[in-house]
Write a protein that binds this ligand. Structure first.
Ligand code: GAR
Length: 217
């Protein structure tokens, strides 16, 4: 019988708190996944030591080691394939992936973004939400496609933007929700509960929770 655990790789660039939430979910048995590799594009990413403390192999593939975006992605994909990764999670990985990478992991590549997409894609999403004057923001887990912060949405959580918020205060409130919804979305993917109808993500086999509406007025 094959291993029911999906082989999961996580890509980071920095602190790695979302990575930790995924690793904790796997360690606790809440996710039918086994972490096989953490890749960082930065040698100084704080998340690398956290990954090591979970006993997960880490690899740094930094800018400059490969010339050009696609050859960098080819180096990352080669490492992922060596590790036998079946699912790839971006967790604060601050590089735009080339179509080569995205196609290789079609519907097996997910990302967390700190806004309610399609609002505020791109960099500094929390700062964008504050500057725009949004009353509600949040976070989104989505499949990665060839456009930035665009693929089908798996999960979202909303938080208020309070009058005195700066980007850091809002980011902290959003981050709590990121740590809640990302492990859950990965659990759904690992358990094959996710199916796509066009852009719509259908999650089968568990009740979708709806704790109530969030209204800021
Ligand atoms: C998180 O807020 C994540 O949503 C964001 O970077 C942070 C990484 O924190 N990602 C993006 O903005 C991607 N566009 P972490 O390293 O502690 O998980």
């Amino acid at each position: 019988m094959g291993d029911p655990m999906k082989r999961v790789a996580i890509l980071i660039s920095g602190r790695g708190s979302n990575m930790v939430s995924l690793l904790e979910g796997m360690r606790a048995g809440e996710i039918d996944g086994k972490a096989v590799l953490v890749v960082s594009n930065r040698a100084d990413a704080l998340g690398l030591d956290k990954a090591r403390s979970f006993g997960v192999p880490v690899k740094v593939i930094a800018r400059g080691e490969a010339k050009g975006r696609e050859s960098h992605d080819r180096a990352v994909v080669a490492a992922l394939e060596d590790a036998g990764a079946e699912i790839v999670c971006l967790a604060g990985y601050m590089r735009i992936l080339t179509p080569f990478f995205v196609e290789r992991y079609h519907q097996r590549l997910i990302n967390i973004h700190p806004s309610l997409l399609p609002s505020f894609p791109g960099l500094h999403a929390q700062e964008q939400a504050c500057a725009y004057g949004a009353r509600i923001s949040g976070c989104t887990v989505h499949f990665v496609d060839a456009e930035v912060d665009h693929g089908p949405i798996i999960a979202q959580a909303a938080v208020p933007v309070l009058p005195d918020d700066d980007a850091d205060a809002l980011a902290a409130r959003i981050l709590e929700q990121e740590h809640r919804i990302y492990p859950r979305a990965l659990a759904d993917l690992c358990a094959d509960r996710i199916r796509l109808e066009g852009r719509r993500v259908i999650i089968a086999g568990r009740p979708v929770s709806f704790p109530g509406s969030l209204c800021v007025c």
